[in-house]
Design a protein around this ligand. Sequence first.
Ligand SMILES: Nc1ncnc2c1ncn2[C@@H]1O[C@H](COP(=O)(O)OP(=O)(O)O)[C@@H](O)[C@H]1O
Ligand SMILES: [Mg+2]
Length: 420
Amino acid sequence: MSIFSKTIIQVKAIILLASKAKHIMLYGGSRSGKTFIIVFAIIVRACKVKSRHVMLRGTFNSIKTSIWLDTMPKVLSIAFPKLIYHLNKTDYYLILPNGSEIWICGLDDDKRVEKILGKEFSTIFFNECSQLAYSSVQIALTRLAEKNSLKKKVYYDENPPSKKHWSYWVFIKKLCPIEIEPIEDPENYASMVMNPKDNMENIDEDYLKMLAKMPKKERDRFMNGLFGDDDDGAAYYSFDREVHVAETKRLPGTLFIGMDFNVMPMTAVVCQVINNAIHVHDEVYLENSDTYKMSDSLIKSRYVGTVIPDSTGKNRSTSGKSDFDILKGYGFKIPHVFNPAQTDRVNNVNRLLTENRLIINPKCKKLIADLEQVSWKDNKLDQKGANKMLTHISDALGYACWHLDKIGPKVKPIEIGRMR
Ligand SMILES: Nc1ncnc2c1ncn2[C@@H]1O[C@H](COP(=O)(O)OP(=O)(O)O)[C@@H](O)[C@H]1O
Ligand SMILES: [Mg+2]
């Protein structure tokens, strides 16, 4: 039987995981012992008090192969050799003698997500969170609500992605990736780096040699645990005028109007879901405008339907009434909306473009210019200097696309015309 001992860095990680912070991320190179020590900490918590815990990853298959079939059995046999447990192999959870449960879940399976997120948990672990949209994390966090004496905890691990990713904003910059403002309770967020060289007791030396031979970008990520300083470059790199610009035809059915509430300019895109693709029929681009003028302009063109706005417009008001109330006053429907993180929104548009599921009418000249010119600068969408008229209309498109077909679980019912 192997004797369990933690690496030096894992001892430090345990102290951090048990610290006052609620959200704790272990990030760094691969095979550093991050997942192992988090799974260990969760089992310790589960043994203390009858409680429920969940480990989530982008896809069910990946969490099944990595944690269910590999890390969890290893941790159980090495660190808890005497613990008697039962595995529920139909619903994929571990049951301990005190009745505690540890579930695994992939966010690609809507039914299972719905079932699992009907329960309440004491720990949520986002495994390889670089692969998750921030909105998926937000949805799952609403289930961190089990009543017992355990302090509720959220653990995250990842190989550090680009500095544009929400995990960098939240844990390193301590900025909310949606509002781009300081997070309210920075003391609740803590992180530490763990690298493969810290886990030499448990991995092969050849593995480190293999990492050392990788190209610099991969080496920085998988060996040195550094967040990527991607070159500033085209945000909508998947957009190709030759491929994505084509005549579209309005059909009967709901119009979805993506809207950005900037004043200079105020913008909207008019879309429809046809054959599992988003067709952008038209755009409205008004300089020096407001929500009243925007509504008048849409009504004049007979564009009536569901508006998918920037969700911050709910509380924003320029003239007493909020932007949402003004739109509702004109008869537009507004579903429940929640802005995604900026990178998630841009990634989602790129995904739809790659899948050839976004078609833009040639009359949307401003939108096309945006898709060709908006770039990342210092990990933000560039809207400075000569470009300050840019980014708004592609934001409007991004809000609509996110509502109609977003990355991550679709646990909330959405409107008619829904895709998938
Ligand atoms: N304390 C430990 N004792 C024994 N094996 C360990 C320990 N910590 C990590 N390992 C092993 O090291 C390898 C890498 O750990 P893992 O947690 O999967 O790394 P990461 O999540 O950082 O990629 C795995 O094979 C794991 O079982
Ligand atoms: Mg891991």
